[in-house]
Write a protein that binds this ligand. Structure first.
Ligand code: DAH
Length: 345
């Protein structure tokens, strides 16, 4: 074997042993670099006679081509190995179970609202909603609440620019809904014909300047209204008792109507309930205001109080949710803490 063949063999062996592209480039420099062995051989040609130069030069060049071929072969092999390693590292195990984004759930207050809507819906009540920024007329005046009523003070009510306010209760919906209802049945009314009863609940957000464990500046109420020619307090009792039994899924409770005062009802009653068993057993709990709709309110609805009569109630939804779920601090509902909220999934 001549020295050129040996050189080619050596180069090939070194290239094959280079574990990385960087090592391979170093090995290449040893043969083909400025001071590489092949380069040196070519430089040596200068000292030879022309005849010799030709033969020798041809042989060196051939050896150089073989070295270059060996280099390229190794380059390819290394690149391929690298690609393969990368693919292996990024390989997906398609048999692994997927990672889901997690499933959300309704807020306990919204769930309670939907439950209330379903129960009253089954008793023939329509569901309505209305504005949270309300006019004085609907929130107070139309509800027979005089200008000097304490509920109108700045301590209790959030006033907004332009003389409007954040509704302090859902009761303005009594007027809004009834006026629309009357409008829809104007022709019948003018002809002295009977109008279908007004029967609606209106759940929604309400606002008051108030904040402690059982009061939040934003809270939820549901208003109920049933007005017709023959609606009595007896109907209020049966509707509300039925509602509470359905809502708490038990008959094992006592319910009482305690005389009270509201400007928009006469007579008025606070509705209290007491569980006969369970953790809240034996304690009277106030769940709603109620009463027979005041004649002036009936008039403000556009109806004749000599002919139309009815009842209304306004209940705290958050309160009902607290009782149903056994939550003792109202603020938990509104802090947005997922540790609390995810328990209601
Ligand atoms: N709006 C009253 C409040 O927020 C609750 C209420 C009492 C509503 C009696 C009614 C009612 O409809 O008849 O305190």
């Amino acid at each position: 074997m001549n020295e050129l063949d040996q050189l080619v063999l050596q180069a090939r062996a070194e290239f094959l042993q280079a574990p990385t592209p960087a090592d391979l480039e170093n090995a290449k420099a040893r043969y083909l670099g400025k001071a590489g062995r092949v380069t040196e051989l070519l430089k040596g040609l200068a000292a030879l006679a022309p005849e010799e130069k030709k033969a020798r030069g041809g042989a060196i060049n051939e050896a150089k081509q073989q070295v270059e071929a060996a280099l390229n072969e190794r380059r390819h092999a290394l690149a391929e190995a690298e690609l393969e390693a990368q693919l292996r590292a990024e390989a997906l195990d398609v048999t692994l179970p997927g990672r889901s984004g997690g499933v959300g759930a309704l807020h306990p207050v919204i769930r309670t609202m939907e439950r209330i809507e379903a129960i009253f819906g089954s008793m023939g009540f329509d569901v309505a909603d209305g504005p949270e920024i309300e006019a004085d007329w609907f929130n107070f005046t139309a509800l027979n609440t005089p200008a000097d009523h304490p509920a109108r003070s700045m301590h209790d009510t959030f006033y907004v620019e332009g003389g409007h306010l954040l509704r302090t209760h859902t009761s303005p919906m009594q007027i809004r809904y009834a006026v629309q209802h009357v409008k829809r049945h104007r022709v019948q009314l003018d002809a002295g014909q009977p109008m279908p009863d007004i029967r609606v609940i209106a759940p929604g957000r309400t606002y008051r300047v108030d904040s402690d464990a059982t009061h939040s500046p934003m809270f939820h109420q549901v208003e109920g209204l049933w007005v017709g020619e023959h609606v009595s307090f007896k109907d209020l009792k049966s509707v509300y008792v039925n509602f509470l039994r359905e809502f708490f899924e038990t008959d094992d409770m006592q319910i009482r109507f305690r005389p009270s005062y509201f400007p928009f009802t006469e007579p008025s009653a606070e509705i209290d309930m007491m569980f006969n068993s369970g953790p809240l057993k034996g304690r009277w709990l106030e769940v709603s205001g109620s009463g027979q709709v005041h004649p002036q309110v009936i008039r403000n609805m556009g109806l004749d109080p000599e002919r139309y009569i009815g009842f209304a109630f306004g209940s705290g939804i958050d309160r009902l949710a607290m009782l149903r779920y056994g939550v003792n601090d109202l603020r938990l509902f509104f802090d947005g803490d997922l540790r609390f909220l995810s328990q209601f999934k």
